[in-house]
Ligand binder design. Sequence first.
Ligand SMILES: Cc1cc2nc3c(=O)[nH]c(=O)nc-3n(C[C@H](O)[C@H](O)[C@H](O)COP(=O)(O)OP(=O)(O)OC[C@H]3O[C@@H](n4cnc5c(N)ncnc54)[C@H](O)[C@@H]3O)c2cc1C
Length: 360
Amino acid sequence: MDSTGSSLERTRAPAHGLEIEHEVSLRELNSFGLPAMAHSLVRVKSEGDVRRLLADPAYGTAPKLVLGGGSNLVFSRDPQAVVLRVEVAGRRLVAERPDAWIVEAGAGETWHEFVAWTLAQGWPGLENLALIPGTVGAAPVQNIGAYGLELADRFESLDAVDLVTGRTVTLDARACAFGYRDSVFKRDAIDGGLSGKSLITRVRLRLPRPWTPVLGYLDLERRMNETGNRAPDARTLFDWVCAIRRAKLPDPAQIGNAGSFFKNPIVSAEQCRDIIGRDPEIVHYPLPDGRVKLAAGWLIDACGWKGKSVGRAGVYERQALVLVNRGGATGAEVVALARAIQESVYGRFGIRLEPEPVIV
Ligand SMILES: Cc1cc2nc3c(=O)[nH]c(=O)nc-3n(C[C@H](O)[C@H](O)[C@H](O)COP(=O)(O)OP(=O)(O)OC[C@H]3O[C@@H](n4cnc5c(N)ncnc54)[C@H](O)[C@@H]3O)c2cc1C
């Protein structure tokens, strides 16, 4: 059996009534379109499915990889773990309070569809996060953010199943320890984190009342100037965000990619002054705590990477922060390209770029 899935033949074995699929191609299950094979895959539709798997003598203690929409993962090889594809469904209004609507979605719901649904119900607040690919359950993992808003700004709580004990816990924002594209779910156990240790099943968000638009982002400011609309409603903001994103980012259905490949590095004011001394054009944003965020895309572009390739993996022509699959790329090629970029950015600026997607 090769890892392209072309000679795929599935076998199924019951485990406490749970269906386990074998030798499943993951190419269609990751937005980069990278070839990889799940030797065992379970579709998780409820907490009960996780508990049934944990009770199984053959699979219960095996390593596990939680998979949502595969839009923030790079398969550099076949996962050496049972793949748990999260398909928990459902969305509802939990509470309508004077200060907020509390809404809940199953982890397997598509994030963008959930955002569109809340707006259609008359519960605005997530519009700046429109069109981010992936599932609701993965949104807290890296605290998704875009256009001046992060998930943490709207977060109420989540339910997660412990992948060892099968117990369900409810975590609030403090327990999730959100940071910039970071949370307790991205940190290893050695750092007090829960990486690979739990499967998020449900997420609840708090949409503040009255609604106020989040407009601080440059691209939105530009739209306001172009249209003369200085007080956009939530629906207009949603449409603007979708249009801006479609113009800027490659659609994974057309060109495989995982969005921004590197986090924007945060440096001390002193380090930034030093870099500005050498490169006065550098794009940087001062942070409230005195540190400075640098535009990773600018650093990569400055090193001459835009449009370049390593094998069939390349740097997107319109945005150097996005690595793309030029057709038939392997995860190893994507990782080799990412390493080469990291080395040249370090060589020129002394800054280590940190990948945003999880490398499997
Ligand atoms: C074109 C494009 C644009 C993007 N733009 C943005 C953006 O603007 N802002 C942004 O923040 N991100 C962006 N991303 C990244 C990506 O969309 C998000 O990180 C998204 O939340 C990933 O969701 P997913 O379901 O695909 O997760 P996956 O890729 O399936 O998984 C990502 C990680 O989360 C873990 N995980 C997934 N589901 C669960 C769960 N239920 N419980 C526990 N762990 C889980 C996985 O094990 C893995 O470690 C973009 C990606 C693409 C392709």
